[in-house]
Each structure stands twice: as C-alpha cells, then as structure tokens.
Design a protein around this ligand. Structure first.
Ligand code: SAH
Ligand code: TYD
Ligand code: ZN
Length: 413
C-alpha cells in the first residue's frame, strides 16, 4: 500500500485511470514510439484527509524549457490575477518597501501587476521558456524549483517576504513538506502565504475528474491544508472560493496567533464535513460517477460518428489528456483539437494522438459539434463564439454532467 506524502499513513487508492502520458507533452509523429506512460492512480488518506496521486513522473519530465502551459493565454485569468494582486496589496503590503515572492510565476501573469505598482518582487519559475517571457517583461525571476533549500538561499540574498503567493502550483509539488518548511523560513513573522488550487469539494461535486493528471499531485481541502501547516506552527486564517479553473480555493496561511481566523474557515470546514470529504465512501461514489460520465461521453461521440457529423475538440488543455485517454477518444471520434498556443499547434495530443491545429481551423470551417475541453473557461469562450452557435454548432460539455449546449432538437443525437 502507498504511504501518504503528508502524514506517512498507508492508504488504498480509490481510482485508477490506467496508463497515462504527461499531460503537457504534446508530441510529433516521430516521437510516438518513445512516449512515456505511467499509471495515474489517486488515493485518499483517512488519517490526514489528503487526496493525492500514488505515482508522479519526475519534475524534470514535466517542467522544463519546452513547457507548454502559458498562463497568459486566458484574458479572464489575467483579470483574475490583477484582482488577486490588488487584494494582496490592499490587505498585506502595508510595510515600508514590501517584498512579494511568487512560486510558479510562469510568464509573469501575476507579478506584472506588482511590477507596475513598483513593488519589490521575485518570481520562482523552473520552466525556462515561460520564465524568459516574464524576464522580458522586466519581472525579476529565478529559474529554479522552489523548496526549503532555495528558500534559505533567497532569505540570505534578498531577505524575508511580506507575502508569498502561489497559484496552481502548490498542488504540483510532491515534496510538500519542503515547501511548507521553505515558506516558514522565507516569511516574515507577520507575513502571509496565499495560494490557490483546484478545490477538492468542486471536483467531487462536479465529477471534474479531468483535474486529475500528472501535474496535480494533491487535491486540497481546508481540512488537509490545515493538517499540513499545523506541523509548521502555522494555520489557515482565511479561505475564499474562486470560480477559476472549474472551482478553486484560495487559502491564506499565517504563523499561529499572528492573524485572526476568519469565520469563513470554520464555515468551509463544516461544508466539507457535509460533503463527506473526510470519508472514504465519498471517493468510491466519485469513482462510480466518473465511470458513468465516461460511458455517457463515449456513447454520445459514437452516436455522432454514426451520423457522420464532425466533432472538433476546443482547447488542448492538460485536463483533456485524462479525458481522451481514459474515455478512449481517438482521432476517428475527434477530428482535431483547436488551440491558441503556438507551441502546441501542429503537434499531437499526448497518448490519444489527436492533432492540435490553430484556432483558425475551427473558425474557418465550423464542425457540427465542439467538445469543450476548456469547460473551466466556458464564460470567456461562449462570449467569443457566438458565430459558432449562430451557424447551428453545438457544444459537448461533460462537467458537471455530459450534455449538449444549446439543447439538441428532438431526435438529433
Ligand atoms: N501560476 C501560474 C502557472 C501555473 S502552472 C498560473 O496559475 O497560471 C504551474 C507552474 O509551476 C509551471 O509554470 C511550473 O513550471 C511551475 N512549477 C512546478 N514546480 C515548481 C516548483 N517546485 N517551484 C516553483 N514552480 C514550480
Ligand atoms: P486551461 O484550462 O487553463 O488549461 P489546463 O487544463 O492545461 O490547466 O486552458 C488552457 C489551454 O486552452 C491553452 O492551451 C489555450 C487553450 N485555450 C484556447 O485555445 N482558447 C481559449 O479561448 C482559451 C480560454 C484557452
Ligand atoms: Zn495522510
């Protein structure tokens, strides 16, 4: 039995998706034979409530100078991080000449707001290509993996931080104890660590199983995050649910007793109990929902194929690697995936090998159906794809349930 990465207790995995590739490893035809696969399995530790991957590829295989996720591809996310930065400046940067650090700063989508406000900042971003974009914007960035030893080096060179920020990265790091110890060393006594990640409660409620892929090693809840930071003399002092990435949670962590604990923390912990996030049975029910979702989606795609209608995937997200490979969605069911990221275009999706083509290929020749792999950006996408709907196009959406949008005419599929 595997051991929990947080508390070392043994636990049973509750789901296996089978062999999976690296979700952001888009590849050329010549690379098909040497593609890397690992078994994607997740488990729940009943001792500390952490949900986690059993096995994760090495960090160097996922984060490198050809990393395919560029944060600034979504305008809504840019706005989200602008608001995030403004909230941090308002509430936590009142000292003279404050210092902000961001872990996983990618192309600088968050830190550019601090740069514009003239605030001393430092980004930590191991993927060289995206880090270089941030540097070219004038953002101070170190191209390294964050851990306790790097934190100590930063303290020596730059001093401690008033705020450490992290979005969609804390859940990526299996050596989470080193991260927590590093944060503790790097923060001023009265400082805050504010991070957000996809929230376990949303994943369970929406059956958004596509959040489970190689990079996401942890699926946090307030309960599991509290357990972890308590071991470092720290506590969760605030939580704020976020709409982004299909439902995320922003956690504010501070040294014990340094800040008042908001009522939102107690309320969210109550909600988690009602949702059963502390019970193994919840995850067995989730697995059944996942299997139903897969059966319905594949059935729908097969029906559409029988009718000889076209389906194009919309956005080659990391999440789509889990959906395509787990459901068996191959190029005979989905013609290509349209995506706006140049590095992905012309390549093939990991595992399923569906070709990724520029966005123009979608708009130039609308298919009857578009499979919305970026369901988390639904609002942004619906706003700009009115013409697809006007030309009688239908969206295939699978979160929170498999459905068509707009609703099909009677007898359509
Ligand atoms: N914060 C951005 C990027 C999220 S993607 C956003 O929310 O859009 C995750 C990023 O974390 C990648 O750019 C990856 O290279 C980086 N990363 C992975 N492991 C890391 C580590 N140990 N320390 C710092 N960054 C890391
Ligand atoms: P996201 O859901 O943020 O990705 P992930 O699952 O990897 O976290 O989606 C980012 C991808 O979606 C990126 O490849 C760009 C693509 N995309 C489009 O092609 N069009 C769009 O309108 C949006 C918002 C994203
Ligand atoms: Zn545990």
């Amino acid at each position: 039995m595997p051991k929990c990465l947080v508390c070392k207790a043994q636990y049973e995995p509750f789901i296996s998706f089978g062999k999976m590739p690296i979700a952001n490893a888009f590849l050329t035809r010549e690379q098909f034979d040497k593609e890397y696969f690992f078994e994607l399995k997740a488990g729940f530790c009943s001792n500390c409530s952490m949900v986690q991957l059993v096995e994760q590829p090495s960090r160097e295989m996922m984060f490198h100078e050809n990393y395919a996720f560029f944060s600034s591809t979504s305008k809504f996310m840019a706005l989200h991080f602008k608001e995030f930065s403004e909230a941090v400046i308002r509430s936590h940067l009142k000292s003279k000449n404050p210092f902000v650090i961001e872990i996983g700063s990618n192309d600088g989508i968050m830190l550019e707001n601090f740069l514009k406000s003239g605030i001393r900042h430092l980004g930590i971003e191991p993927s060289g290509n995206v880090a270089n974009i941030a540097v070219s914007k004038g953002i101070s960035t170190i191209t390294e993996f964050f851990d306790e030893s790097l934190a100590k080096k930063i303290v020596k060179k730059y001093g401690q931080a008033d705020a450490i920020l992290a979005a969609n990265v804390t859940c990526h790091i299996p050596y989470i104890h080193s991260v927590a110890a590093g944060v503790k060393a790097l923060l001023k006594t009265g400082g805050v660590f504010i991070f957000e990640d996809p929230y376990l409660g949303d994943i369970i409620e929406k059956t958004s199983y596509d959040q489970i892929y190689d990079e996401h090693v942890f699926y946090f809840s307030v309960a599991s995050v509290s357990y972890l930071f308590e071991q470092y003399g720290m506590e969760v002092v605030d939580v704020e649910p976020q709409d982004v990435h299909g439902g995320s949670m922003r956690y504010t962590i501070a040294n014990k007793g340094a800040k008042e604990i908001s009522m939102a923390v107690f309320k969210q912990r109550e909600k988690e109990k009602k949702l059963g996030l502390h019970l193994a049975g919840t995850f067995d029910a989730f697995r059944k929902n996942v299997e139903n979702s897969r059966n319905q989606l594949i059935q729908l795609l097969r029906n559409i194929k029988k009718q000889k209608k076209r389906v194009v995937g919309y956005a080659a997200t990391s999440k789509s690697a889990t959906v395509t490979n787990f459901c068996g969605i191959t190029p005979d069911l989905v013609e290509f995936i349209s995506d706006t990221t140049p590095i992905k275009q012309g390549k093939f999706s990991p595992g399923a090998h569906i070709q990724v083509l520029p966005y123009k290929e979608f708009t130039d020749n609308y298919p009857e159906y578009a499979l919305l792999f970026a369901w988390n950006h639904r609002e942004e996408i619906m706003a700009k794809e009115q013409n697809f709907i006007k030309s009688d196009g239908r969206w295939i959406v699978y979160v929170p349930s498999v459905h068509l949008f707009p609703l099909p005419k009677v007898g359509e599929v």
